[in-house]
Design a protein around this ligand. Structure first.
Ligand SMILES: O=C(O)CCC(=O)C(=O)O
Ligand SMILES: [Fe+2]
Length: 344
């Protein structure tokens, strides 16, 4: 790596973002002030209406909340972070054996986002793998570190069950039968994106992951250190504080479309740090990959016409392969320019 005159290393040119896309220096200094963002206690079963109210408000306002008392044991969460750390500590040649730019590969390691079309690279290594139903995929996961399958498998299974529970609450908060998507959730997909953001000598010039919303219904995210930022109601980037024991929930584009815009998918990005390497594990859930998703019929009427066209996972992959995601969002291509906007 090239160095400054004083000997400190420089970020290679291909990671340097244009000034307008760089993270706000405020987030790196002593003034970095983590925002107050919704934290929802899933164990408050005595007051279901309060829980529904909190979830409805969070989904409506920003498409984001954290959950505590979610029932996944700390040892399972720690196990997943530990085996991810061990994976990224493997020699580069070993990880390179499963390196691929083909987004259809069921298990792939990569660095940066999309080598083929991205002009700018991001400060990230990752491994992604399909995870549900686990018996279909686990044999394809890395055999090294030796504990990877067992530990990541325990976490993936627990998170899959948690997302069904959270989907039930979300559906109920929309006034719908909480079980109405059960068979779709059972046949839906789960992709684990295990991200590693190495310490970066000039974090104010680069990003670990560019602004985007997730494609699916829900994402459940675990972070080892702060670094996740989301767009809040006032359209500002805010840092998500590290809340020990909490898991982060993002609504994805499928949820925004299914709810006919009542709920929003959250735009988020990952910043990097000069002091520490950061890991995150995103469990990306979606309804069946072949299924075409549109606004749910119960949420469409004369006053609320469908605000989005239908789409499938194939449409999303096609968008990804043809477009630079830093330039526009997939969901924007689905918006129908109808009267629904006037009613919002
Ligand atoms: O690392 C993070 O906090 C964000 C990861 C993420 O957005 C993703 O994998 O989709
Ligand atoms: Fe994401």
């Amino acid at each position: 790596m090239a160095a400054n005159e004083d000997g400190s290393p420089l970020v290679p040119e291909r990671y340097v973002l244009p000034p307008s896309q760089r993270p706000n220096p405020r987030h790196f200094g002593p003034d970095a002030s983590p925002a107050t963002l919704p934290v929802i206690d899933l164990a408050q079963c005595s007051d279901q209406s309060q829980l529904l109210h909190q979830v409805r408000k969070a989904c409506n306002d920003i498409g984001f909340f954290q959950v505590v008392n979610h029932g996944i044991p700390e040892a399972v969460v720690e196990g997943a972070l530990n085996c991810a750390t061990d994976f990224f500590n493997l020699p580069a040649e070993e990880k390179m054996q499963i390196m691929s730019d083909d987004v259809r590969e069921p298990v792939r390691y990569g660095t940066s986002l999309n080598h083929v079309i991205d002009k700018i690279h991001f400060w990230r290594d990752f491994i992604k793998h399909y995870s549900h139903p686990i018996s279909d995929w686990i044999d394809l996961w890395p055999s090294n570190p030796p504990s990877y399958k067992e530990k990541m498998g325990a976490y993936a299974t627990a998170v899959q069950a948690l997302q069904v529970r959270i989907m039930h609450i979300i559906l109920e908060s929309l006034g719908l039968d909480p079980n109405r998507l059960d068979s779709e959730l059972e046949h839906g997909s789960q992709v684990m994106a295990v991200n590693c953001y190495p310490a970066c000598p000039q974090p104010e010039l680069a990003l670990g992951m560019p602004p985007h919303s997730d494609y699916g219904s829900l994402t459940i995210l675990l972070q080892s250190n702060p670094g996740l930022q989301i767009i809040d109601q006032e359209n500002n980037w805010v840092s998500v504080p590290l809340n020990n024991g909490a898991l982060i929930v993002h609504l994805g584009d499928q949820m925004e479309v299914m709810s006919n815009g009542a709920y929003k998918s959250v735009v988020h990005r990952a910043i990097v740090s000069s002091a520490t390497r950061r890991l995150s594990i995103a469990s990306l859930h979606s309804l069946g990959l072949q299924r075409r998703i549109g606004p749910m019929q119960d949420l469409v009427d004369e006053d609320h016409p469908a605000s989005y066209g239908e789409f499938s996972f194939g449409d999303f992959l096609e968008f990804l392969s043809r477009n630079d995601i830093t330039k526009g969002r997939f969901i924007d291509t689905l918006r129908t320019n109808n009267k629904a906007k006037e009613h919002q």
